[in-house]
Design a protein around this ligand. Structure first.
Ligand code: SAM
Length: 272
């Protein structure tokens, strides 16, 4: 079984190896067979296709395993980008692996990684969230949970929810954090705009075209907290109440890994 990443807009974004595999397999499992035809026809790929999507993945996965058992070589593609990433694929992959068949990934386009590569965010880490819940209360609750994550946050969003989603990000996260709105990647109207979160709602409202297409939203990681984190503060307070300041700061530094100087300064502030 081959899991093959396919273009997310520009049909030129397909690897040599992906084309070789798609040309040589016995069948291709597609999220949408009609959508896949556009790509397959473009590259004169005539393989048989069958549907494997979120509503039939268990049955279609079982069918795929039967075909593997019959000695067939099968490729799996989704409508755009990498299967299994906010797309069907995981259930079929697990079924093939459970049946003892090797699953070979063919790397290629992915909207999150493509957006990250041109986002200009300097965070060392990123956390891929994908789609947030569609309803605002649930969406805000998830964003709240992500508030302190020291990594860039990466979201997928559909055009009809882009305004409310950006409004919730701006409402919950610190306004000085950067947001990158990456739209229509690899397509004709590709746009990548970076701005402080506080400006994002107005930026979208200023031009209807900015709300069209497919979106990746990236938000820079949580700003460093002022002062000590809650656990370091708690430990320092306990030690500081019992020991001389210097000793309390030294022990708190050993326990928490926080710099001794910062703890010493805070311990001085805490002494009555
Ligand atoms: N499997 C895909 C991948 O590897 O990125 C993601 C599929 S998910 C169902 C579709 C979402 O991905 C869109 O709603 C959008 O958020 C994002 N996306 C896909 N193509 C995109 C593009 N060309 N530009 C920006 N975002 C895109």
């Amino acid at each position: 079984m081959y899991v093959v990443a396919t273009p997310m807009g520009n049909l030129g974004d397909i690897t040599q190896r992906a084309l070789e595999v798609l040309r040589s397999v016995d069948a291709i499992a597609c999220e949408d067979t009609r959508h896949a035809r556009r790509l397959l026809d473009h590259y004169c790929i005539t393989a048989t296709t069958f549907a494997l999507h979120e509503h039939n993945e268990h049955e279609a996965g079982a069918k795929l395993v039967e075909m593997l058992r019959g000695g067939h070589r099968i490729a799996l593609i989704s409508d755009a980008g990498t299967p299994g990433v906010s797309d069907p694929g995981a259930i079929a992959v697990a079924a093939a692996q459970a049946a003892g068949f090797p699953v070979v990934p063919l790397p290629g386009p992915n909207a999150a990684i493509t957006a990250l590569s041109a986002a200009g965010l300097t965070d060392e880490r990123f956390l891929f969230i994908g789609f947030l819940p569609p309803k605002s209360a649930a969406r805000r609750a998830v964003i709240e949970q992500l508030k302190d994550v020291p990594a860039a946050l990466v979201f997928y969003e559909a055009p009809h929810r882009i305004e409310e989603c950006v409004a919730d990000l701006a409402g919950v996260l610190e306004p000085q954090r950067d947001i990158v709105i990456a739209r229509e990647l690899t397509k004709l109207f590709e746009q990548i705009a970076r701005m402080p979160l506080s400006e994002a709602v107005a930026w979208l409202a200023a031009d209807d075209n900015r709300k069209r297409g497919e979106f990746v939203l990236l938000v820079s990681g949580a700003p460093p907290r002022e002062g000590l984190d809650a656990e370091a503060e708690r430990i320092l307070k306990l030690l500081n109440a019992e020991l001389p300041t210097k000793q309390a700061a030294r022990l708190a530094a050993e326990i928490t890994g926080v710099a001794k100087n910062a703890l010493y300064q805070r311990a001085l502030e805490l002494k009555p």
